[in-house]
Write a protein that binds this ligand. Sequence first.
Ligand code: NAP
Length: 259
Amino acid sequence: MEMIFGPRPGPVPGDELPDHYPWPERGPEADRQPWVRAMMVGTLDGAAAGDDGLSGSISSDVDRDVFAAVRRFADAVLVGGGTLSAEGYGPLRATDADAAARRERGQAAAPVLAVVSGSLTLPLDPDGFTASARRPLVFTTASPDADRLAALRERCEVVQSDGDHVDVRWVVDQLRARGLWRIVCEGGPGLLGQAADAGLVDEVDQTISPMLVGTEQTPDAPMLSSAREFELAHVLTAESFLMCRYVRAGAEPGAEGRA
Ligand SMILES: NC(=O)c1ccc[n+]([C@@H]2O[C@H](COP(=O)([O-])OP(=O)(O)OC[C@H]3O[C@@H](n4cnc5c(N)ncnc54)[C@H](OP(=O)(O)O)[C@@H]3O)[C@@H](O)[C@H]2O)c1
C-alpha cells in the first residue's frame, strides 16, 4: 500500500497502517466528546453493495486491511440492524496482540459491538455477533416485540429509548456515558445518513472500489437536511483501490492526534 496524498507520502508497511488512522487526543473523562468515524466502501458508480447485496463483493484484501486498521483502537463499532443481518456479522474480538496494545493504551481489550434495531430481528446463532468478546449493546425502542426482547436480553445489554423511535444522537450519548467515545460507524447507508444528518460524523474513511456494478442492491437513503463538508486527510492506494480519509471541515485541533 502507498500513501499518494497526506502527511507521509510513500510506502505504508502493513504494521504501520493503524498509525494512519489516529484518534484525537482527549482530556479528562468528563470532557471526552465522541469522535465518530464512518467507514464505507463504494464503487465508481456509487454502489454500496454488489449483485449479492453485500459489501464484500465490492471490497478486497487491501480494503479489509484498512477496515481492520480503522477499527483497531475503537471503543465501539456501531451498525444498523439491517447491516448486521445482511452482512452476517460474526463475533467482534481482538487478536491477542491488539488486545495487549489496547490495554497498554488504557483501553478495554476489545471494542463493543453496538447495534441499532427497531424490529430486533437480529440473528441469534451461537457463533454470531452475540459471541463477541464484550457483551454487545442493542439500542431499540420503548416497546419492541416482547419475545425478541427477552431473547436478546439473555445475550446482550438492551437499551430502550423512551418512545417508538431510536435517535442516533441518543445512541451516541449512551455510548459516551459508558466511556465509549471512539466510535466507528460501519453503516449501513441508512444509519450513516441519520448520523450525518445529526452532525455526528467527524471522519469518513471511504474506500473507492475500482468497479462498476449498478446500484440496484444499494439501499436508498434520504437526502440530508444540509450538506456536510469534509477535508481530505490522506489517500492510500493498492490494487487500483483508493482508501480516502476525510476529516470534518473545522474539526478541532488534535483530530490528527496519536495513532
Ligand atoms: N458498502 C459498505 O461499506 C456497506 C456498509 C454497510 C452496509 N452495506 C450494505 O448496505 C445494505 C444495508 O443498508 P441499510 O441502509 O438498510 O442498513 P442499516 O442502516 O444497517 O439498516 C437499516 C435498518 O437498521 C435498523 N435501524 C437503523 N437505524 C435505526 C434507528 N434509528 N432506529 C431503529 N432501527 C434502526 C432498522 O431495521 P430493524 O428495525 O429491522 O433492525 C433499519 O431498517 C446491505 O446491502 C449492506 O450489505 C454496505
